[in-house]
Ligand binder design. Sequence first.
Ligand code: SF4
Length: 332
Amino acid sequence: MYYEKKEENKVRCLLCPHRCLIAPGKKGLCKVRKNIDGTLYTFAYGNLIAIHVDPIEKKPLYHFFPGEKTLSIATPGCNFRCLNCQNHTISQVYGEEIFDFTKHLSPEEVITLAIQEHIKHITFTYTEPTIFFEYMLDTAKTAIKSGIHCSMVSNGYIEKEPLKQLSPYIEAANIDLKFIDDNLYREITGGTVEPVIRTIETLYNSNVITEVTTLIIPGLNDSKEYFTRIAEELLKISKEIPWHLSAFYPTYKMTDRDGTPALTLKNLRQIAIEMGLKYVYTGNILDLEGSTTFCPECKKPIIERLYYTKKRIKIKDNRCAFCNSLIYGKFQ
Ligand code: SF4
């Protein structure tokens, strides 16, 4: 949908900030968009490499219908090249053969599947939903008509116009904010930071329930000074944004360092709370306090979780059941 024709049958893809200039017969950096005789085609549309039912907390989305299940879907491909990608076998497309392993489902068939499974949610996740933009948009538009809620988990690397077109159909999003400087973003992911921050801000201001995840990687973004810079950037958008601090584990091309100590995550969480962020969580470790939602006013636990499941919820009409304060999110 988002590209322009250039001289010599080349095309410029306008979907994500890479803005690939693609010669005839070649693909963009995400490897799922190809220039065929001056027209840009997507190979991703409807070709699912992953279909799972997950707790919505696993995305992670902690402020969006806690305790419910979501039909989680992905096509192959990504516009990042993260050295520590946990899903690299499906996100990094090395050849078109990967599409021999996909299952084709139209948007209508995805909705039918969700209804058959008695699930009221669909999440675009696992790989990068931006690269299957047209399919995500059509599925989300179809879902709304059936009363199904759509959410996405994304690296936030998308251009303004497609995001503007998508946001009315997406009710919640978790965006990865990995670093706060372009040097680390480029070295580890291949992207840059400004478009990601712009996406978080745009979604939040469009009334999409917006949560953010930062993977805390030892030696890269775990120092107090660096971490504080990320927190300051989020605070500029809103202190309401729930922030998930996740533990890194050595994987893929980043096996030169140990995993994140639980104590590091707990300390950083405390720093973020003291800086004014209202909802800060730890992830990928067992930490009951770091998995609990506390009312920012009366400090009482209002959503208790065990791993990815909700145990108890004390929120009524989006308000704390103890002190009546408004809580950010959608809860029923
Ligand atoms: S979506 Fe793919 S082809 Fe388009 S600009 Fe981004 S990486 Fe390049």
